[in-house]
Design a protein around this ligand. Structure first.
Ligand code: HEM
Length: 414
């Protein structure tokens, strides 16, 4: 994979300077070549500062501890407030989603959804995901070419989610385009100029999810939304806006992330002919390949937290009240935990729970769904009677934090 040339060059040299305190880098500098930047500083510094005041924590042992220990809690509105958003539909989402809440409020918001997205329940959709992936891959066989991001990777999570939520499949293009626009707020590449569009899309997505809830309340259909509305109404623990924003959270969490991850894993593997052939010979390597791709080029690059006391990491200090960006992107390539980290190793030892999905109370609600979508998306491509190849540019992944973005990836069948 190559990083696209950017207007702004990386300001720091690759040879390690004798640094005493962590430098502050701009968003543009960090986005320019994040892997190289992290690898340059990680041996000597536990974190970097960012222009918005956040601390980017780089090392695997620190990220693993801080994601769930007593020194931190989930950020609430601090991150977007630091970037000048004080009210409006983005703030309304951030204030009401499970993602940016803590303790009892978080439990109330997550609990009605937790069962539905459990590993056991999600296994029941595997068959549908498999035939969807095989169908989408099969459709392109005759034409020869496939626009992997838009005509494959985007559709697998979106159509699957529509099925789980009971959304009309004809709504897929509409709700996904809104989700992509809103999820920009969770990337590292939005600027003040993007805010009006993100706000307009947030308003529309809220109203779409709210209409879904209202229609199932008046005529339940026995689907996910009907069950959810039933349990929310019965327990009366969530306000109307909270009930809507958890559905919005799932639509946002379940579309962009998996789309990027499917493109990334396919791109990385197609760049390595030997690995692709190994997968064609042995289906048991699919799951390790998914995990290794998530480690090398994570679709979500970081996890936010707030320091609730002063924190010392390797003689460097973080003040209480600071926003932390726990860089999974850096930590998953930390050689202290992943020997020869740049290597795509199908036989690497793996932790039972992949760190890319976080840990503790906020561990990704959609982990089971994401992992099975990724496995089935890969299985259908690898298992096809024809051999897939890159047909245009290489894989390009953008962003150093939050949800990462991928360019279209053109592939073709031999
Ligand atoms: C490759 C795909 C995915 C990755 C890498 C990913 C990663 C993450 C991470 C790191 C978190 C924890 C954030 C934190 O601790 O602050 C998270 C939370 C979350 N994810 Fe995912 N995710 C993925 C797919 C999905 C899918 C398919 C869904 C759909 C159901 C989803 C829904 C959510 C939700 C609702 C939360 C908030 C959980 C909470 O705060 O309790 N994600 N995800």
């Amino acid at each position: 994979m190559k990083d696209k040339p950017k207007d702004l060059p990386l300001t720091k040299p690759t040879a390690m300077p004798c640094v005493v305190s962590p430098p502050t880098l701009s968003f543009a500098e960090l986005n320019a070549n994040p892997h190289e930047t992290f690898a340059t500083y990680r041996p000597s510094l536990p974190f970097l500062r960012r222009e918005d005041g956040a601390y980017l924590v780089l090392r695997a042992s620190d990220v693993r501890a801080l994601v769930k220990d007593q020194r931190t809690k989930q950020v609430e509105t601090q991150s977007i407030a630091a970037r000048g958003i004080a009210s409006g539909p983005i703030m309304e989402f951030v204030t009401n989603t499970m993602l940016f809440s803590n303790d009892e409020v978080h439990r109330r918001r997550r609990q009605p959804l937790a069962k539905c997205f459990s590993f056991r329940r999600m296994e029941s959709v595997r068959r549908d995901v498999r035939s969807l992936a095989e169908d989408l891959a099969g459709r392109s066989l005759d034409g020869g070419k496939l626009m992997l991001r838009d005509d494959y990777a985007a559709l697998i999570p979106a159509i699957t989610l529509a099925g789980i939520l009971g959304i009309d499949p004809s709504d897929v293009p509409f709700f996904t385009s809104l989700a992509y626009r809103v999820s920009k707020i969770l990337t590292s590449s939005w600027t003040a100029e993007d805010v009006p569009d993100i706000e307009a899309a947030s308003r529309e997505l809220k109203s779409y999810c709210s209409d879904l809830i209202i229609s199932r309340r008046s005529s339940p259909k026995g689907d996910f939304i009907s069950d959810y509305v039933g349990s929310v109404d019965q327990d009366a623990e969530l306000s109307a806006i909270e009930a809507v924003m958890q559905v919005v959270s799932i639509v946002i969490g379940g579309t962009d992330t998996t789309r990027a991850a499917i493109v990334i894993q396919t791109g990385l593997l197609l760049e390595r002919e030997d690995l692709w052939e190994a997968l064609r010979r042995d289906e048991d390597l699919i799951v390790p390949a998914v995990a290794e791709a998530l480690r090398l080029e994570p679709a979500v690059a970081s996890i936010p937290r707030l320091a609730i006391c002063d924190i010392e990491l390797d003689k460097q200090f973080i003040q209480s009240g600071s926003v932390l960006v726990l860089s999974t992107m850096s930590s998953l390539r930390d050689p202290e935990e992943f020997p020869r980290p740049e290597l795509f190793d199908l036989h690497r030892e793996r932790p039972r729970w992949h760190p890319v999905f976080g840990d503790g109370a906020h561990r990704c609600l959609g982990q089971a769904l994401a992992q099975l979508e990724l496995a089935e998306a890969l299985r259908a491509l690898v298992g096809s009677r024809r051999r897939l190849r890159l047909a245009g540019d290489q894989l390009y992944v953008h962003g150093h934090a939050g949800i990462r973005q991928v360019d279209e990836l053109e592939v073709c069948w031999d």
